[in-house]
Design a protein around this ligand. Structure first.
Ligand code: PLP
Length: 551
């Protein structure tokens, strides 16, 4: 194996966001959502606005020529990077827009009963545009079967027929991290007159892409997941094939001649680039690809693989963690659930704890809900690495996860303080960590499944949360329940404030000041603050003041 020249510390030094004082300790492992941007890309964006800002492909003055050159230069760089011809690259805002462009553009070539084949591991961007196309053209969507969530492409051959019209696969899943072996797919499709599309959103920044070897008709990717700017992406397709597609966006600069009755559209790629494009981002996209090309990409890939294997190994030893992803053939993603039979807390609670320790992860369905539903999984927590992450980062992430688990385990044996001392205990906590731990303790036993009716659901809370209230002699009693333990803990606090009080007190209670005093506003994540706010407002709106009673 050749000696690697890739050094994550030197690589990281090229990303100025990590030099900002507030980010000194930041561990950014949300790279599958978007990567950070190197100085070279930031400089390229600035350069465009300082020296080249004009509209491209229109006027012939000096600045307009510079802007046009910038765009066409990016097109060449990106084409070279994926072994394509530069006229085969259509710029768009990103992968999502690329798929919409394709689904709309292909519609007139699709017919009733024809089939679109995707996998269950697709991002919504590679599902929803096809779903709408299928509805419009009365087509069917079929899913390649999976083994433990990982698409089993060996089943593809038996799914193909004369009805197969579109086959659209992700290069790598944004939940499982697994890289699909797409090289054999083109061979299987060669006797079927279908369009073969690849979603390279998760591939571009991590592995080499050769469209010639892949043999695909189209490939779509975003700049921002590969160290490039937000708002730029591309659709690759051979001119010959692209020219058979109807343009998705209609408007300026994509047309040769227009009358009120007819229009003659340009050839690709201009045919699909209507209106003023995000020119600076496209210039920056070229710079990002140049930057990537200058790295030891094999070394960087090997580094990312080692990191993700290490994280999987460490987390697999924790009984509270249920891994969703697998370390094998993984481009850099580890996703897991919290085992609810081992500890009573959600991945959202853990994400918040990590955020408090300056570790950025993502929690949710990651725009891949069918994957979660097919395996009946709760929202997952995703750690996704990039070249600037280190083994120290990964060890810290694992250590902080362990601490969180230990805290919860410990709190099982601690008893919740009686109602009078709730506020006192919170106020006397020595720091936010201790206060957070206390709220988690409050949430430990605080369950009441009897109120889990649709009518009691609190809207505006990310985790499912219920509230029911009753009134005797003008005094109110609330019951709360939530899937999130921290929200249950916050429910205890709210009940401490409101239970046994009358409507006037409840409605006039200055909870915002109280939350500030306890540091909740500052320390809780935005989603938990919103959830707590929704709970309080729902309770306040549900009570009827005595004055209006007597009217
Ligand atoms: N496809 C995959 C596999 C993704 O991971 C994403 C984004 O997370 C997308 C498509 C959509 O990309 P964008 O949001 O840049 O349009």
């Amino acid at each position: 194996m050749p000696e690697t020249t890739f050094n994550p510390h030197e690589f990281k030094a090229q990303f100025p966001i990590f030099d900002q004082a507030e980010n000194e300790k930041l561990i950014y492992v949300d790279n599958a959502a978007t990567t950070q941007k190197p100085q070279a890309v930031i400089d390229r964006l600035t350069h465009f606005y300082l020296y080249e800002n004009a509209n491209a492909h229109r006027a012939s003055h000096r600045l307009a020529r510079a802007a046009t050159d910038a765009i066409e230069n990016s097109r060449k760089i990106i084409a070279g990077f994926i072994n394509a011809n530069d006229r085969d690259i259509v710029f768009c805002r990103g992968t999502t827009e690329g798929f919409n462009l394709l689904a709309n553009g292909l519609a007139s070539q699709c017919h009733a009963q024809e089939e679109i084949i995707i996998t269950s591991a697709e991002h919504h961007a590679n599902i929803l545009p096809w779903r709408r196309l299928a509805e419009q053209r009365n087509m069917k969507i079929r899913l390649v079967p999976d083994i433990d969530g990982i698409p089993d492409l060996s089943q593809l051959a038996s799914m193909l027929s004369d009805n197969t019209r579109i086959v659209s696969f992700t290069m790598a899943s944004n939940v499982l991290g697994c890289k699909l072996n797409l090289e054999s797919v083109a061979q299987l499709l060669k006797d079927h007159p279908c369009f073969y599309v690849i979603d390279a959103a998760q591939g571009l920044g991590h592995c080499p892409i050769d469209v010639d070897k892949l043999g695909c008709d189209f490939l779509v990717a975003s700049a921002h997941k590969a160290y490039g700017p937000l708002g730029a992406g591309f659709v690759y397709g051979k001119q010959k094939v692209l020219s058979t597609l109807d343009p998705y966006l209609l408007g300026g600069e994509m047309v040769k001649s227009v009358t009120l009755d007819a229009a003659e559209f340009n050839k690709a790629p201009g045919r699909f680039e209507a209106g003023t494009m995000q020119l600076a981002s496209i210039a920056g996209f070229g710079a990002a690809i140049e930057f990537l090309s200058q790295q030891d990409r094999e070394g960087m890939h090997a580094h990312e693989v080692r990191l993700i294997q290490h994280i999987h190994k460490e987390l697999s030893s924790l009984p509270a963690i249920q891994l969703i992803s697998k370390p094998e053939n993984n481009l850099g993603i580890c996703t897991f659930n919290i085992k609810s039979d081992v500890i009573e807390a959600t991945s959202g609670d853990l994400a918040q704890w990590l955020d408090e320790h300056d570790i950025a992860v993502r929690v949710g369905y990651h725009c891949a809900q069918p994957l979660y539903e097919s395996r009946a999984l709760q929202q997952g927590l995703r750690i996704s690495v990039a070249g600037y992450n280190t083994f120290e980062d990964c060890d810290k992430v694992v250590r902080v996860i362990r601490e969180w688990i230990d805290n919860i385990e410990e709190s099982k044996t601690t008893t919740t303080p009686c109602s009078n001392s709730i506020l006192e205990s919170l106020q006397n906590a020595k720091n936010w960590q201790a206060r957070y731990k206390m709220l988690m303790e409050f949430g430990q036993e605080e369950r009441d499944e009897s109120i889990q009716a649709d009518d009691n659901i609190i809207h505006g809370c990310e985790a499912k949360t219920w509230l029911a209230g009753s009134q005797v002699d003008g005094k109110y009693q609330f019951i709360t329940d939530s899937e999130s333990r921290i929200i249950r803990g916050l429910g205890v606090l709210m009940k401490h404030w409101f239970n046994g009080k009358d409507a006037d007190f409840i409605q006039n209670f200055d909870w915002e000041t109280e939350c500030q005093k306890l540091g909740l506003t500052r320390h809780l994540s935005a989603s938990r603050n919103n959830g707590f706010r929704a709970m309080i407002l729902t309770a306040q709106c549900s009570v009827v003041p005595t004055s209006s009673d007597s009217e």
